[in-house]
Design a binder for this molecule. Structure first.
Ligand code: 5GP
Ligand code: ZN
Length: 114
């Protein structure tokens, strides 16, 4: 989508250091980190949120989880613990309407979230 920030990052129209990239996703650091490690895992294909996925399109979620585990190991938060978060729509705090998962770690995370 032409006016979507994350599409622009995927298409390299907005310069962002990618910490990981493959055929289906990109990963980069959140601009406003909420933990010592705060990465965003973003599918290359534009969908507003997970409610837009159908049938085999849900395979991307499995892939995102696989990448999250790889990143948790790379950033050395796998052993102590990390959180994978996906906000959907306004009441959950979604502010960028292109599917993304937050990978958070490196500190004690509280529960429940606000
Ligand atoms: P949401 O609130 O939609 O779950 O998450 C969107 C995230 O994108 C926020 O944590 C916000 O800090 C991050 N973000 C917004 N604009 C940019 C940007 O231009 N670059 C990066 N790296 N992160 C961004
Ligand atoms: Zn997009």
């Amino acid at each position: 989508m032409s006016d979507c920030l994350f599409c622009k990052i995927v298409n390299k129209e907005v310069d962002t250091d990618l910490v990981y990239e493959d055929k289906r996703v990109v990963v980069f650091e959140d601009i406003n980190p909420q933990a010592p490690v705060h990465l965003l895992i973003v599918p290359k294909e534009h969908k507003e949120n997970i409610m837009e996925l159908e049938n085999e399109e849900f395979d991307i979620i499995s892939h995102i989880h696989e990448v999250a585990v790889k990143m948790a190991e790379k950033y050395e938060i796998a052993k102590d613990g990390f959180r994978l978060v996906n906000n959907n729509r306004e009441k959950a705090g979604q502010s960028i309407f292109h599917i993304h998962y937050h990978l958070l770690g490196g500190r004690q995370l509280q529960w429940p979230p606000g």
